[in-house]
Design a protein around this ligand. Structure first.
Ligand code: AMP
Length: 188
């Protein structure tokens, strides 16, 4: 029996874009929140998003996939399964039961922190970052720095959504990380 998501044509990126729900003024006035709940709730939407990301990750030579808590876990783990690779969870602080390495990074208001198991990647292992959305790039840049500190080679980061006006992809490129996204939304 063939899996339904492996037969038939995949949805195209512009069709996936139509499945993303935009919620104005969340979580703050003036923010257009790009909500993937509707994309992942659609069976072909989830499968096709993962399929497109997996093609990009394979082309980037991924040996392991890393994803940031929480929405990066959804796409990153699925991409890892599709490619037969391991998955590295990059976690919010205080979640892992072992001695971790961590990095603090600036948000628009205040700071945040990411942590990981320093033994989760091998020396020089090619790790591709997967997350739902890149805005300012602060989260992905911190994840790339943390993974590099653990010994990984981080040359690519993949996103479902890019908000190019916020400059995150440019920041990552300046740090030597190539960026690909399935779709872009202009404006904030
Ligand atoms: P940043 O560190 O600025 O690139 O923001 C990254 C994270 O914030 C993403 O993983 C998203 O989950 C979330 N995020 C930022 N802006 C938005 C937005 N406009 N809509 C939905 N999620 C967002």
């Amino acid at each position: 029996m063939t899996s339904p998501h492996l037969s038939g044509p995949q949805l195209l990126p512009e069709e996936l874009k139509a499945l993303v729900r935009t919620v104005p003024d969340f979580p703050h006035p003036g923010i257009q929140f790009r909500d993937i709940t509707t994309l992942i709730g659609h069976p072909q939407g989830l499968a096709a998003s993962v399929g497109h990301l997996a093609l990009l990750a394979a082309a980037a030579g991924a040996r392991k996939i890393a994803g940031m808590e929480a929405r990066g876990f959804i796409f990153g783990a699925a991409v890892a399964v599709q490619l037969g690779l391991g998955f590295v969870p990059v976690r919010k602080p205080g979640k892992l039961p072992i001695v971790t390495i961590g990095i603090d990074y600036a948000l628009e208001y205040g700071t945040d922190r990411l942590e990981m198991d320093p033994g989760a990647v091998g020396p020089g292992e090619k790790v591709v970052i997967v997350d739902d959305l890149i805005a300012t790039g602060g989260t992905a840049l911190a994840a790339a720095q943390l993974l590099r500190e653990a010994g990984a080679e981080v040359s690519h980061a993949l996103f479902v959504i890019d908000l190019p006006d916020l400059g995150g992809a440019d920041r990552l490129r300046a740090a030597g990380v190539k960026v690909d996204a399935l779709m872009a939304f202009e404006g904030e």
